[in-house]
Design a protein around this ligand. Sequence first.
Ligand SMILES: *[C@@H]1O[C@H](CO)[C@@H](O)[C@H](O)[C@H]1NC(C)=O
Ligand SMILES: *[C@@H]1O[C@H](CO)[C@@H](O)[C@H](O)[C@H]1NC(C)=O
Ligand SMILES: *[C@@H]1O[C@H](CO)[C@@H](O)[C@H](O)[C@H]1NC(C)=O
Ligand SMILES: *[C@@H]1O[C@H](CO)[C@@H](O)[C@H](O)[C@H]1NC(C)=O
Ligand SMILES: *[C@@H]1O[C@H](CO)[C@@H](O)[C@H](O)[C@H]1NC(C)=O
Ligand SMILES: *[C@@H]1O[C@H](CO)[C@@H](O)[C@H](O)[C@H]1NC(C)=O
Ligand SMILES: *[C@@H]1O[C@H](CO)[C@@H](O)[C@H](O)[C@H]1NC(C)=O
Length: 547
Amino acid sequence: MRIQLGSRRRRLSLHRALVATAIFTVIGLLVLTLRSVDPSTHLPITTSDSENRDANPADITNLRSDSAQSLKTCATVEEMGEAFSREFSEESYRVRNIIQNHFAINGASRVRALPPEEFCRHGFVLGKASEAGFGNEMYKILTAAALSVMLNRSLIIGQTRGRYPFEDFISYSNISFTLKEIKHLWRQNGCLTKYGRHLVIRIDDFQKPARTNVLCSNWRVWEQPIIWFQNTTDAVAAQFFLKNVHDEMRIAASNLFGKPDDLHHRPNVFGELMRLLISPSENIQHAVNWALSGGADPDIALHMRMLMNRSVRAVQAAFSCIRKSVENLKLTSKPRVVLVSDNPSLVKDIAPDLNQFAEVLHFDFKSFKGNISGNSHVHTLNFRTKDWGTAPRWVAFVDFFLASRAKHAVVSGAHRRVGTTFAQLVAALAAANSLDDRSSAGSNFTFLSSFQSNLLAEGLKNQIGWGHVWNRFAGTLSCHNQSKQCAHTPILPPAWWDGLWQSPIPRDVHRMEAYGIRLSGFGTFDDNQLHSFCSSRKQFVLTVPLI
Ligand SMILES: *[C@@H]1O[C@H](CO)[C@@H](O)[C@H](O)[C@H]1NC(C)=O
Ligand SMILES: *[C@@H]1O[C@H](CO)[C@@H](O)[C@H](O)[C@H]1NC(C)=O
Ligand SMILES: *[C@@H]1O[C@H](CO)[C@@H](O)[C@H](O)[C@H]1NC(C)=O
Ligand SMILES: *[C@@H]1O[C@H](CO)[C@@H](O)[C@H](O)[C@H]1NC(C)=O
Ligand SMILES: *[C@@H]1O[C@H](CO)[C@@H](O)[C@H](O)[C@H]1NC(C)=O
Ligand SMILES: *[C@@H]1O[C@H](CO)[C@@H](O)[C@H](O)[C@H]1NC(C)=O
Ligand SMILES: *[C@@H]1O[C@H](CO)[C@@H](O)[C@H](O)[C@H]1NC(C)=O
């Protein structure tokens, strides 16, 4: 039986209550009574002392017992994931339209042809990435794309020495500009000579909280022709605009990302943007086709980031998560499951069991005879090996595009942190791809996280990476000593503030304070406090003239 969380209004007032409660104490004063029989859940808030938190979690979390009520001061990962188990295709179609309309107006082919006077008044957003970890770098470009939509500006994708990031493995669509072309057009149109307009970049560094204007400034009125929002390595940075103090920015942000307090109605923004912006290069595509050996697209993809570790528990948890996902799918034929891991031994460990009910696919680069070299040889460095495995760099791109062909589900597991940026982007792109087929009965795409019990001994406390999807749930509301879990996971990883079970870890509370946000133990904060933070703060402006 599914537990429905309360209406939006109820959650809002809950949050207000939580803010008030949080003033008195940091840890769990939240006692929730959930009734699995009654779909309109009652969430009475009472204060209690912290001893309640030490109650046996097995009692607290026994949600599904039909016996009326139980106390809840924490949730398991699966319970947290319930809010994300809903279908999201309607929201994603809505956002797909917004993005398409945006690029119809702001895409390079139209803007390039604008008359000089109009061109010289046009605005741009620059997305620039290096070739460090693919997930983080891709989010930089996707954040720029999202910002270009919010600000009604065109997108520029930055190149380094004339090359796009990961250009050997990724093709970029023609809807964006390069900086080189903008400079050329700026001169050709006489923007400076005839209209007196300098080509200036305004730079905002997200990772310098004391300087970034992400929360305090109205970016829509910025006059500089180019805006570069730097160091935005995950899904969170763009969603900070949902909390910007200016109405205009908040409206632009929630037009794209959905209402922040409505976490289970969030569209697949990054997947939709990615689908439009990138595709595999020809040689990577060739390898993907080879791995599929002419067969149909996989039904399910499993991504396991093992950091060279070989963990029996991780394998067992992932195995049961895949089995659960297969059971939900009710496929008529044997499911095709593609395995992706930085550790080849994982594939050997899990394949024999999976083979009993699934057809296992894996890109074995050693038997692939194609010619993919590329100029990235960073993979040979030792520090990269622990992070990304021993396979050459290009293999990760084959894996990425192969896994993103999964039609129904992506499962993410890990040795330590589940839901890496790589896995999130696989799931987002796969979900966007699967939405193509409107007629398909199976457009219920699911993203699942597989947790082995040892990752949950202290709840989600060790999911400490900012870019990692469960990080925002890792605080005091996460039950300790959970058994292994297979949890629904948001396709758009939320920011901090609106999920019922979101709670921060101290490290992030500290970090958010520098942005002007004083998070409570329940992941809520006081807007008024942010307003006064913003008004007492001097606006920082950094610009670089190009022409
Ligand atoms: C976006 O910019 C175009 C011109 O580039 C303008 O016609 C349109 O009204 C703008 N839309 C919004 C929502 O500001
Ligand atoms: C841009 O790419 C699309 C699809 O790949 C193609 O149909 C279109 O003709 C291209 N436009 C230009 C101006 O090259
Ligand atoms: C942000 O990115 C820029 C350029 O990519 C880099 O120079 C700068 O050091 C970064 N800032 C931080 C805080 O890492
Ligand atoms: C692998 O993980 C297990 C359990 O998390 C740990 O005990 C072991 O030390 C790890 N091994 C390596 C090589 O990191
Ligand atoms: C492999 O590709 C490189 C450049 O992409 C090319 O120079 C080389 O001749 C190719 N080798 C073979 C055997 O095709
Ligand atoms: C998605 O799943 C829900 C519940 O499992 C079901 O009611 C709905 O029909 C499904 N939608 C599609 C398009 O398969
Ligand atoms: C979790 O298990 C450990 C070891 O069995 C125990 O020390 C700890 O008190 C348990 N925590 C909770 C919240 O039950």
